[in-house]
Design a protein around this ligand. Structure first.
Ligand code: CTP
Ligand code: MG
Length: 417
């Protein structure tokens, strides 16, 4: 396999156990989970680590070449990152400890940090490896992931009689990968003769400090048939339909009085010969209502808060400036626009002749359908008396999934406001 520029981190993946408690005819690491072996699942996380690493797979003696083929597949699946990895496959021993020792024997010269990981913790995310490596680097101590114990734990005697309740605040259910400065781990394996079920126990009994970092529920060890079933279900859930994403709705309302000194800008259009509206910007009530609806749906406040009337940059600005900036904020907050429904309320201008033009303009700016209705109020109220124009809008936003191109792949316009 590929040789890397001297990795500083090595990951020993122990996969040489028989898997007695799983009860299959072949060793546990070679049992299939959702179409791949447990070993391949475990290695995919390892190969996706960003740093160059030496990967050491410890396999049952009669499965070394099978393990090599699995490692090749796992590395290929993580193509880019795996280019920076080197891989060794070695035969394991009768105990986990002996298997780890055989892995340690092939460490490259430049390796300074060693992680030991159970292939049986097949779903462990790469982020957990990174967390452990970072903490070993920071502290120079042993570092192992652990989770708080949630069950009440009893001490019992051989007959099952309760002797007492253990204070669970002092307990941590520990996992792998367990990381150590190379010298500590190698020395502990060389000097401690007692068998231990993990490497932290060896390093601690050699007198060194081992710390616990927060583990990950996905790093659970597949030990029993039930664990394998749980892992299958987790992967199936992950690969099936995406989680339901809740759309968000917002409403907006704006009113401006007629002002004979101003030109009329409404729904983004200039209306020559019509009475204008008062306002700090161009007084476009329709656009302001739409912005409020969009900002409200995204939970970003309102037009007044974002485009303050004291802000000289927006004095006299037209609707496109407000809409483009609002869309940028909404997209940044993780939403795409589903649709917008706008209603304009007033006696003048007669909106119908330019309705399609206004809809096309606003839809183009928002990259989403916009419908515009217009109504009078039957001579009632301030709009009926011809004192001004009101507008209301409703906007639907749809959360963008991670990695989604906002706006169907079109770049979001960014205004330097
Ligand atoms: N392991 C190993 N060499 C051994 C024993 C265990 O490399 N002689 C590895 C296993 O392959 C596993 C990890 O150590 O990835 C954790 O061990 P465990 O879950 O106990 O696996 P098994 O020993 O294979 O299972 P069991 O105890 O049920 O037989
Ligand atoms: Mg075992």
């Amino acid at each position: 396999m590929t040789d890397s520029p001297t990795p500083v981190v090595a990951v020993i993946v122990v996969a040489a156990g028989s898997g007695t408690r799983l009860g299959r005819s072949h060793p546990k690491a070679f049992v299939q989970l959702a179409g791949r072996t447990l070993l391949e699942h475990a290695l995919r996380s390892v190969y996706s680590l960003p740093d160059p690493i030496q990967v050491i797979v410890v396999a049952p003696e009669d499965r070394v070449s099978e393990a090599r083929a699995i490692a090749v597949d796992a590395a290929a699946a993580a193509a880019a990152a795996a280019a920076a990895a080197s891989t060794d496959i070695v035969a394991g021993g009768a105990t986990r400890q002996e298997s780890v020792r055989r892995g340690l024997a092939v460490l490259h010269a430049g390796v300074e940090i060693v992680l030991v990981h159970d292939a049986a913790r097949a779903l462990t995310p790469a982020a957990l490896f990174e967390r452990v490596v970072a903490m070993v680097r920071d502290t120079n101590d042993g570092v192992i992931p652990g989770l708080a114990v949630v069950d009440t734990i009893k001490r019992i005697d051989a007959t099952g009689t309760i002797l007492g309740t253990v204070d669970r605040s002092e307990l941590s259910a520990v996992q792998t990968p367990q990381g150590f400065p190379r010298a500590l781990l190698v020395a502990a394996h060389d000097t401690v003769a007692d068998e231990a079920t993990d490497d932290a126990a060896l390093v601690a009994s050699a007198g060194h400090r081992v710390r616990v970092v927060t583990g990950d529920a996905l790093a659970f060890k597949i030990t029993t048939p039930h664990d394998l079933e749980a892992a299958e279900l987790l992967l199936r859930a992950e690969n099936s339909a995406p989680a339901v994403v809740m759309p968000r709705v917002g409403t907006g309302l704006d009113v401006h009085a007629f002002d004979d000194e101003s030109e009329l800008w409404l729904a983004g259009l200039f209306w020559p010969g019509e009475r204008g509206l008062s306002g700090h910007s161009d007084g476009d009530v329709a656009v302001h209502a739409v912005c409020d609806a969009l900002l409200g749906a995204a939970g970003l406040g309102d037009v007044g808060g974002i485009f303050g009337t004291t802000d000289a940059r927006f004095a006299g600005a037209h609707g496109d400036v407000f809409l483009v900036e609002t869309l940028r904020l909404v997209t940044q907050a993780g939403f795409g626009v589903g649709n917008v429904s706008l209603q304009i309320i007033g006696n003048r201008p007669r909106f119908a002749p330019r309705r399609a033009e206004a809809e096309a303009l606003l839809a183009g700016l928002l990259h989403a359908p916009v419908n515009i209705a217009a109504t009078t109020t039957d001579a009632l109220g301030f709009t009926g008396r011809g004192e001004g124009i009101a507008a209301t809008a409703t906007a639907l936003l749809v959360p963008l999934a991670a990695g989604d191109q906002p706006l169907g792949g079109r770049p979001v316009l960014s205004l330097d406001l």
